[in-house]
Each structure stands twice: as structure tokens, then as C-alpha cells.
Design a protein around this ligand. Structure first.
Ligand code: HSE
Length: 438
């Protein structure tokens, strides 16, 4: 039935193995749906000796990328080596040879997207990157196609499985940060360098790609405000519960009139909100479109077969284009390249939200009035106060939540408060998202 379409795969690790497995196990079904057969002609990896869980012919394995690049039969390459330089040069070389590309490399696309998408346009080839944001969850397709008629009013996402796993375990089992980070690494969904996960960098890569597709903008991911979860402790998680919140590492994008508010930080959200119930290493995306209303997508953000599922989706899309004699049926970044312009991000100083503060105060008379006095002079209105818990190193936690306040005022107030002689340590700040999430 139909013709064969030849693929070259570089990077025969967990995901690469998953793709081979999926193409083998669902071969008939995929062939029936596509009307052609996807055939892996070459697999390149530095290690071609270690047995994998799939059986393949020895002669398709190689350690030389040129075996893919110089094979004229191979029309789609799958890049799974990750990292920057080597992956970039492989992708650019493949495109220059008119090969379509499928990749899961979010870091590469978020950093060198301009150059890569420009070459794809010049060479008239596809780049599929569904697996790069949200793993198996169809985020790219949803933004490029399903929600194409909408002005995306906001995106709230849990985009990093490792951080979500850590925060979920700290919340549900009261396990300390370091212990659960080690567990996440053992499961294999953490990045090679886990600071990418816990400091928000991986989330920033994914938010940058999401923003460019949602709004047709060039995004420099360095400009996105980013704060990770490494400062969150069990005490904050317990206080959050008392206020009716859970802490999640959220990626937030809100379409303001002329600017886009984009930020990544630990966020307290109402415990009954759908995002608060995204547990373990799951990812979830909550889009609000002006026509669609609320759209919620949830699934595995990493892992062998879930990620392979997204890669195979891109392979089939590209193969379908090829069989019609076209490429880029859908613009790669959702908007034609000529309509993409620079993003105007809202300054972090100007955001307005609710805040949680944990002050480390000496247990002396007048502490509360000094703190609340400074907050008042900076126009910050207190919503609730809790003072309880044991003294540690002479200080007690005094916890407050606020009504909507401006970030600039909050930062200025905390600078003054942290200088008070009744305050023993730097104040912990966690932003709260409440009404806008509904
Ligand atoms: N390290 C990533 C995560 C893997 O934990 O979500 C998928 O991008």
C-alpha cells in the first residue's frame, strides 16, 4: 500500500528508542492512516553497541552523521541529540540538503530559532517540534491550528515535569526538596543539568516557543522574568495550605493591550483550581481564547512513549505534506515569517498581583506595626496575617497575604523591611494568582 518514506534518526537514547518501538508496534495502523510506510533507514549514535529494547537490523546503525546527511533517499531527519552546537549544525546541514526536520530540542529552538526557521523557509522544508513543548500534549498543533481564530487572552502552564514532581511530593508527602529532586533524577525526566528544571530555564524555553506561536512574536528568552523553585521550603507549602493554596511553578502569559505580560515563578493558586490538581510529573496548559473560552490540556510532558507519540505526529504531518507535493502547509511558527515581529514584554515592575510574604521577625513588641507601616506607605494592602510556628535561630515566621499590589512597590517595601532591626532574614515572597485563573 502506497510508497515508502525514509527517515534518518540521530540520537538513539530513550526517545529515539521509543520512536523505533512506536513505528514498529503501530506500523500497520500508521501506514493505513498515512497511506505510506515510514521506514527508518539510518540511526546514528555514538553508542551503537549497547543493546536497546527494540530489535533492529545492525546495518542501519552508524556513528557517522554523514550517513544520514548524504543519503538522498532520506527525506525526513529526526534530531534527538539535544544541546546546542552539534544539533544546530546537523539540522542546518540537513535542511540545506532539502531534508525535513523533526526535533524535540526546545533549548535549541528557543535560542537559535530565528536562524533555524529562516533557513527552513529558504529551503522550503518543514520543521516539526511538537515534542518540544509539553511532551505528548498537542500544544504546537493547538496553537497553530485549533485556536487559530482566537486572540489568546492568557496562557497558564505547568511546563516542567521535574519541578511539578518536586512540588507535588513536598506538598503531599512533606518530603524535603533535595530528597525529591534526587527521585526525579532517578526517574529520568530531569534535564542532564537539573538546574534547567528547578531554576525555570526549561520552562522559559517552552514559554518562549509558546509565546512566539500564540502571538507571532520573536522572543528573546533572556527577557522573560524567571524564578525557580529552589527557595521553596516545606514551611511555605504548609502556610499556602492554610490560605487555601497550592504552590506550582507556573509559566504565565497575559495579552495586555500593546504588551504581553510573561513570567515564570512559583505561584500560589487556589487548591481547587484545575491546575492545582496536576500532580506528579504531569504538564498542563490552560489557554483562554476570546472565542474558545477556557481550554485545558493535560498529559505527560516527558518520557519514552509519550514523547515518541508527539514525534510521530510530526513525521506523519510532514509525510502528508510530501505526498501532496507541498511543505509547510501550516506556517512553521503559526504566522507567515513576514508577519512575525519583536515582542513587547511588560516590565516586571509593572505587574499587579497578590502576594504572600513570609517575614523572619524577632519576637518583640511593635514588629507587626513596623512591617505593616512600611507596606502601607507603599500602597500595599494586607489581606490576611498569620503568626505562628516555632522560633528558629531567634526568629519567628510572620506571614501575610496582600490585595492586588504593584511589583515595583512590593520590591521597594521589602527592601526597607529587610533592613529593619526586628527582621532577621531576607523575606520570602511568593506571588498569588487567583481571580485571573478562573
Ligand atoms: N526536563 C523536562 C521536564 C523534560 O522535567 O519537564 C521534558 O522537557
Amino acid at each position: 500500500m502506497g510508497k515508502d518514506i525514509y527517515l534518518g534518526l540521530i540520537g538513539f537514547g530513550t526517545i529515539g528508542t521509543g520512536i523505533v518501538k512506536l513505528l514498529q508496534e503501530n506500523e500497520d495502523l500508521i501506514q493505513k492512516r498515512l497511506g505510506a510506510r515510514l521506514v527508518i533507514k539510518k540511526i546514528v549514535d555514538l553508542d551503537i553497541e549497547t543493546p536497546r529494547i527494540v530489535s533492529i537490523r545492525k546495518d542501519i546503525l552508524s556513528t557517522d552523521t554523514n550517513d544520514i546527511l548524504n543519503d538522498p533517499d532520506i527525506s525526513i531527519v529526526i534530531e534527538l541529540i539535544g544541546g546546542y552546537e552539534h544539533a544546530k549544525s546537523f539540522i542546518l546541514n540537513a535542511m540545506r540538503k532539502k531534508k525535513h526536520v523533526v526535533t524535540a530540542n526546545k533549548a535549541l529552538l528557543a535560542t537559535y530559532g530565528e536562524e533555524i526557521f529562516t533557513v527552513a523557509e529558504e529551503e522550503e522544508v518543514n520543521i516539526g517540534f511538537e515534542a518540544s513543548v509539553g511532551g505528548t500534549i498537542p500544544i504546537i498543533k493547538t496553537l497553530r491550528e485549533s485556536l487559530v481564530g482566537n486572540n489568546i487572552k492568557s496562557v497558564f502552564g505547568i511546563m516542567n515535569g521535574t519541578s511539578n514532581y518536586i512540588l507535588s511530593k513536598m506538598t503531599d508527602e512533606k518530603k524535603p526538596f533535595d530528597v525529591v529532586l534526587k527521585e526525579a533524577q532517578d526517574f529520568g525526566f530531569a534535564e542532564a543539568d537539573p538546574t534547567y528544571d528547578i531554576e525555570g530555564i526549561d520552562t522559559a524555553h517552552k514559554l518562549a516557543l509558546t509565546l512566539s506561536l500564540a502571538y507571532g512574536k520573536r522572543v528573546n528568552m533572556e527577557d522573560i522574568y524567571m524564578e525557580g523553585i529552589s527557595a521553596i521550603n516545606l514551611q511555605d507549602i504548609e502556610f499556602a495550605k492554610e490560605f487555601g493554596y497550592k504552590i506550582k511553578l507556573l509559566a504565565i502569559a497575559i495579552h495586555r493591550d500593546k504588551v504581553i505580560e510573561a513570567r515564570i515563578h512559583p505561584t500560589m493558586i487556589p487548591f481547587d483550581h484545575i491546575l492545582a490538581n496536576v500532580g506528579g510529573n504531569y504538564n498542563a496548559f490552560h489557554f483562554i481564547g476570546d472565542a474558545s473560552g477556557s481550554v485545558f490540556l493535560h498529559g505527560q510532558g516527558a518520557g519514552m512513549m509519550p514523547t515518541a507519540s508527539a514525534v510521530v505526529c510530526d513525521l506523519v504531518d510532514t509525510a502528508r505534506d510530501m505526498m501532496k507535493g507541498i511543505s509547510r502547509r501550516v506556517p512553521l511558527r503559526s504566522f507567515p515569517e513576514k508577519n512575525i515581529d519583536d515582542i513587547q514584554l511588560m516590565s516586571m515592575d509593572d505587574i499587579v498581583t497578590n502576594y504572600y510574604f513570609r517575614f523572619s521577625a524577632y519576637d518583640r513588641p511593635g514588629v507587626l506595626s513596623k512591617i505593616s507601616g512600611i507596606l502601607g506607605t507603599h500602597n500595599i494592602s494586607i489581606a490576611a496575617v498569620i503568626q505562628k510556628g516555632r522560633k528558629q535561630d531567634g526568629v519567628v515566621p510572620v506571614v501575610m497575604t496582600t490585595h492586588p499590589s504593584r511589583e515595583r512597590n512590593v520590591q521597594e517595601a521589602l527592601k526597607e523591611i529587610d533592613k529593619l532591626d526586628v527582621v532577621g532574614r531576607k523575606t520570602m515572597l511568593i506571588r498569588i494568582e487567583d481571580e485571573r485563573l478562573q
